[in-house]
Design a protein around this ligand. Structure first.
Ligand SMILES: [Zn+2]
Length: 246
């Protein structure tokens, strides 16, 4: 039995002498675990299309419970990401996020295009990496079921509160806050960006700009919120930050 699947390679682990086991995010089947036999041989025709962060069309044959790739054609390899260590590190974080949010054999039609659009914005559109990261983090939080409530202060309903409560995903004025916990500062521009990110059309997700203190507020809020909701850290994020701090 064989079939075709379009997917993005999120992870590749070496297996036996010359094989790799790929974790691939597909639109129709969610995460798939595919075996690329002989892909580490120089002569392998699968090599390019099976690289990390490549979007490819795979022809798959199922043999004794293993899904083997028999043919693969690269559709987009994002070469720009492979020439810049910081971009590659950030894209690897995006891949780890996508893997965390997806499930084996459970289709998630929104996650693959979101991840691909983020890689496209980084590599082809040259959007600011920090803003692409923040937009993706907030949008992924929404996809994972943690859409923040950004209408107004959760206590007095003021439309422009100045704190974002990370554990609850709500807004409050500094003067209304009674509880402990992590409350990050937000200003009207960073709040406007957060509201835009959680509500805009998919195709316009990365079409905004922010600078200075507001940019930092958005970046801090998006990252802290997602990690708090997912209750975990990411090795790829730590690596990206170690590069960005140099
Ligand atoms: Zn208030």
């Amino acid at each position: 039995m064989w079939r075709k699947a379009l997917g993005l390679v999120l992870r590749s682990v070496q297996y036996k002498e010359t094989d790799c086991i790929l974790t691939v995010l597909t639109a129709e089947n969610g995460l798939m675990t595919l075996k690329a036999r002989g892909v580490r041989r120089n002569s392998s025709t699968l090599k390019g299309a099976c690289q990390l962060l490549t979007y490819s069309e795979f022809t798959i044959s199922e043999v004794r419970g293993f899904q083997n790739i028999t043919e693969a054609t690269a559709i987009e390899m994002f070469p720009e990401l492979r020439m810049d260590i910081e971009l590659l590190a950030l894209a690897s974080y995006f891949a780890q996020l996508a893997e965390t949010l997806s499930q084996q054999d459970a289709p998630d039609p929104a996650l693959l295009p979101l991840t691909l659009n983020a890689l496209y914005a980084l590599s082809k559109l040259h959007k600011k990496p920090r803003l692409v990261k923040a937009a993706l983090e907030l949008r992924m939080a929404c996809l994972a079921g943690y859409e923040p409530q950004l209408d107004g202060c959760t206590v007095c309903s003021s439309a422009e509160p100045d704190r974002f409560c990370v554990s609850d995903g709500v807004l409050a004025c500094a003067s209304c806050l009674a509880s402990d916990g992590v409350h990050l500062p937000v200003s009207p521009p960073s709040l406007a960006a957060m509201r835009y990110i959680i509500s805009c059309d998919d195709r316009k997700l990365f079409s905004f700009d922010l600078t200075g203190a507001a940019e930092k507020e958005l970046c801090d809020a998006a990252e802290t919120y997602l990690l708090t909701q997912l209750e975990r850290g990411f090795s790829t994020l730590d690596f990206y930050k170690s590069l960005a701090l140099r």
